[in-house]
Design a protein around this ligand. Structure first.
Ligand code: BG6
Length: 482
């Protein structure tokens, strides 16, 4: 390894999620999921959650990028880039259409068999999330999602079926995608998609959030233990959204505001990595007199189900102030904004208001590495922007290349100079897909363009962008050629 390259076993890859790319929302026995009732939205126009699937509504994830029918062509394209790994998720509602059946849906299992076989045939390791903002709609509507402890049993059954079926094909797993981002109730989308939960007027929101958190942490721990029992070689990780948090100034009150905001980021991985609830959360529960549904034996479950690594997404940073003059609008939750967030004058932002902060990635890697002393995996990072095919038939996405180059530079510094133990890097949305927060196609992240528009038109044809060839050279040179 030269001074400027990452090791040969570094997992260069790309990431997607089942519901954002597959489409085929009701094929081969798949049931409706919490995602299938999300309408399209736009920047600052929230997606709506409809009661059921309504005939005159447009649901962008129902077709998405049609990966379900085109995965063979897509994997060939990914192989052409030299990817070492590919992160995707198994849609729970393909395997258990309602979520509470005793037996899985064989056709759903077969789809992922074919996908993982195809990836492995090209030497691309699948990295698989069990629940990426997706659970069967029936579990949300009839059980109340993860506020109901019975859903933990259904999740565990789903997890065991997946580990048993695929453990020879998939070594790297994540339990819940961005498990921590549901704690902000200013926008109901996260709690709905992470956990199938909607808050009721009579709820104490914070107490419900902590109950949901506990149930999901138990579900994650039980799944990790089950996976290790089935195959001790499996590497099963947690996955959090990490938006770096900066104090606005050296005023100690701002520093404390940042420290306290960080607790919200750390709560889930603190439990998933250390195997018990952290003191700051226990103090809050005690102070407020909450009942979070802690049962006898739960401490044992949490202690036995700790993860092997920490995966995280990194897109941006946010800056907090002890007494902000302005309170951000609720849509800005999506821009990494906290109630105490203020503009950072040193950073520019994307067209969707996400700050661009490559040094924040190095800062995050150091913070997480020193807090947990566990291997890390950057399983999402990327630049959502408007792209268009030019007359020469390609997309000249120089801005995306710049964004990724600067982030990879900082990632390399973290590994090569700060000694962070980093397993890999999977840029988000490597094939264009439906944006999670807005439901748009036009917020594109891909290195492979998909011809589909927000009115549902388009041929779905695939075209490599300029970034495709750039990233291929990055991988070939082990990160030296940026
Ligand atoms: C992460 C999610 O929050 O960010 C992905 O894990 C999501 O599902 C990604 O797509 C980017 O967000 P968006 O809203 O731009 O698609």
């Amino acid at each position: 390894m030269s001074n400027d390259t990452l090791s040969a076993d570094f997992l260069w890859g790309g990431a997607v999620a089942g519901h954002q790319i597959e489409g085929a929302w009701n094929e081969d026995g798949k049931g409706p999921s919490v995602i299938d009732v999300l309408t399209g939205g736009a920047h600052n126009v929230p997606r709506r959650i409809t009661k059921d699937i309504e005939a005159d509504e447009y649901y962008p994830n129902q077709v998405a990028s049609d990966f379900y029918h085109r995965y063979e062509e897509d994997v060939e394209l990914l192989a052409g880039m030299g990817l070492k790994c590919f992160r995707t998720s198994i849609q729970w509602s393909r395997i258990f259409p309602r979520g509470d059946e005793d037996e899985p849906n064989e056709a759903g299992l077969e789809f992922y068999d074919h996908l993982f076989d195809k990836l492995n045939a090209h030497g691309i390791q699948p990295v698989v999330t069990l629940s990426h903002f997706e659970l069967p709609l029936h579990l949300a509507r009839h059980y109340g999602g993860f506020r109901n402890r019975k859903v933990v049993d259904h999740f565990l059954r789903f997890a065991k079926v997946c580990f048993q079926r695929y453990h020879t094909k998939v070594r790297y797993w994540l339990t819940f995608n961005e498990i921590n981002n549901q704690m902000d109730t200013r926008n109901p989308l996260f709690l709905w998609t992470n956990s199938g939960v909607t808050l009721q007027p009579e709820d104490d929101d914070r107490e419900v959030l902590l109950q949901v958190a506990h149930n999901e942490l138990i579900a994650s721990a039980l799944a990790v233990k089950a996976g290790h029992d089935i195959d001790p070689d499996l590497k099963i990780g947690a996955m959090i959204s990490f938006v770096a948090i900066y104090p606005y100034s050296c005023n100690p009150a701002d520093i404390m505001a940042a420290d306290q905001a960080l607790h919200e980021r750390f709560l889930f991985p603190d439990v998933q990595i250390r195997g018990h609830w952290p003191n700051y959360a226990l103090k809050e529960i005690d102070r407020k007199g909450y009942d979070i549904g802690f049962q006898e034996g739960d401490d044992h479950i949490l202690a036995e189900g700790t993860v092997d690594f920490l995966g995280f997404s990194y897109y941006m940073s946010t800056t907090v102030k002890a007494n902000p003059e302005t309170i951000l609008e609720k849509e800005e939750v999506f821009n990494g904004g906290l109630p105490s967030s203020v503009d950072n004058p040193h950073l520019k932002a994307t067209d969707w208001g996400w700050t661009i902060d490559p040094i924040g990635l190095r800062h995050s890697l150091i913070t997480l590495s020193e807090r947990y002393d566990l291997p890390l995996f950057i399983v999402e990072n990327g630049y959502g922007s408007y792209d268009s095919l030019s007359k020469d038939g390609t997309v000249h996405d120089e801005d995306r290349i710049d964004y990724l180059r600067h982030h990879i530079e900082q990632m390399k510094l973290a590994v090569l100079e700060d000694g962070v133990d980093l397993m890999g890097y999977t840029p988000w949305g490597i094939i264009d897909l439906v944006s999670f927060t807005t439901g748009e196609m036009r917020k594109r992240y891909g290195m492979i363009h998909v011809d589909r528009n927000d009115d549902g038109s388009g041929t779905l044809a695939r075209t490599p962008k300029k970034s495709y060839y750039w990233y291929r050279d990055v991988i070939r040179s082990h990160g030296a050629k940026l």
